[in-house]
Design a protein around this ligand. Structure first.
Ligand code: THU
Length: 130
């Protein structure tokens, strides 16, 4: 699967978002090493901080199905510029996906490819806990 196709999966996943309060729809699509795709969307709670972002939703879905190795994660919102994952998601991408390609998509479908370490330089890591 190429990144254009993965980007399309993220855009499609956005349709299932439940952004009751923010009205900000986000979709994500995570590509495993075996070329399987897990999608995710943001889901909001009336207790706002319990909201889950699209990126973490896709990652946790994949991990909970037994997946451990990933190649790329695409993220789509309705932003004029490339969408920018929140800090919490950057930490989780770094911890659970490692150094993958992160595809950030604009409203018009254009995208840019970044590495995890570009999004979260000097990251706190599991090895820091040893
Ligand atoms: N959100 C995501 O799902 N991913 C991002 O990259 C940015 C923010 C969600 C969280 C919340 O539901 C809404 O967008 C507004 O912050």
């Amino acid at each position: 699967m190429d990144y254009k196709e993965l980007a399309e999966s993220a855009i499609k996943a956005k349709r299932n978002a439940l952004p009751t309060y923010s009205k900000f729809f986000v979709g994500a699509a995570l590509l495993t090493n075996e070329n399987k795709v897990y999608s995710g969307c943001n889901i909001e709670s009336s207790s706002y901080s319990l909201t889950i972002c699209a990126e973490r939703n896709a990652i946790f879905k994949a991990i909970s199905e037994g997946e451990r190795k990933f190649k790329a994660l695409a993220v789509a919102g309705d932003t004029e510029d490339f969408i920018s994952p929140c800090g919490a998601c950057r930490q989780v991408i770094s911890d659970l996906c490692g150094e993958i390609d992160v595809i950030l998509i604009k409203r018009n479908g254009d995208y840019v490819v970044k590495k995890t370490s570009e999004l979260l330089p000097f990251a706190f890591r599991d090895k820091d806990l040893e």
